[in-house]
Design a protein around this ligand. Structure first.
Ligand SMILES: CC(C)(COP(=O)(O)OP(=O)(O)OC[C@H]1O[C@@H](n2cnc3c(N)ncnc32)[C@H](O)[C@@H]1OP(=O)(O)O)[C@@H](O)C(=O)NCCC(=O)NCCS
Length: 193
């Protein structure tokens, strides 16, 4: 049986972020297994991707972690088409890897993930009350790096990590709750004034 999970739904100007459900698996399975989406994701993702890969991941890992309060997963939907899943975004406890996201190819480069990231980062600091958010990403992943840059994050470490496409130079980006709040209120953080 799927454990019951209670997390908040979120929204942005164009998006609904709906708490992940097992019923989302079929739609996600059609969109997720594409090389352009998986190549810069962590090497733990199997490739070639299994036909039941999303369902297995949601059932055995994502939903139980949500139920434990260790991870927060949302499906992304356009307000204009709320029944259609277009991507996913995740927050997770831990030292280094607190946020991850992917978007179906037809919706890339429209500023949608930039919107979703604002909403979940606000949730991380304001609702969950964490003090820092860190996210590693391949230097070659220009879109993901740009999202971190635009959010006012800083690089705190550079190292090699393994991705679906192989080992790549990786930056870990960080923003503290204080920096996030200063940015939200239009103040420049003292440390960087
Ligand atoms: C990363 C990802 C979610 C970005 O989603 P998106 O909605 O297309 O991103 P946005 O449209 O909000 O763009 C964010 C910024 O990156 C830039 N960008 C987007 N795609 C880009 C690309 N392929 N190359 C260079 N820059 C890119 C945009 O121009 C924008 O910067 P700007 O506001 O200065 O113009 C999407 O590319 C994706 O699903 N990638 C595969 C999964 C992945 O890599 N996840 C992150 C793992 S760390």
């Amino acid at each position: 049986m799927t454990p019951e999970v209670r997390i908040a739904g979120l929204e942005t100007p164009r998006l609904i972020l709906r708490p992940l459900e097992l019923a989302d698996a079929d739609q996600a399975q059609k969109l997720f297994p594409h090389w352009e989406i998986v190549k810069f994701l962590a090497h733990v993702i199997p490739w070639p991707y299994p036909e039941d890969g999303v369902r297995t991941y949601y059932r055995d890992q994502a939903l139980p972690a949500m139920a434990r309060g260790d991870e927060w997963h949302w499906s992304l939907r356009l307000k204009s088409d709320p029944d259609r899943l277009i991507g996913g975004i995740t927050l997770r406890r831990g030292e280094r890897k607190n946020r991850g996201f992917w978007l179906g190819l037809p919706w890339h480069r429209q500023g949608l993930m930039s919107e979703a990231v604002e909403a979940v980062t606000e949730y991380w600091f304001q609702d969950l009350g964490f003090g820092v958010l860190r996210a590693p990403k391949a230097v070659a992943n220009l879109a993901s790096r740009r999202i971190s840059e635009k959010q006012g994050m800083r690089v705190i470490a550079v190292e090699m990590q393994n991705y679906v496409c192989g080992p790549l130079e990786t930056e870990t980006w960080e923003i503290t709750a204080e920096e996030w709040r200063a940015r939200r209120s239009g103040r420049v953080p003292a440390a960087r004034a």
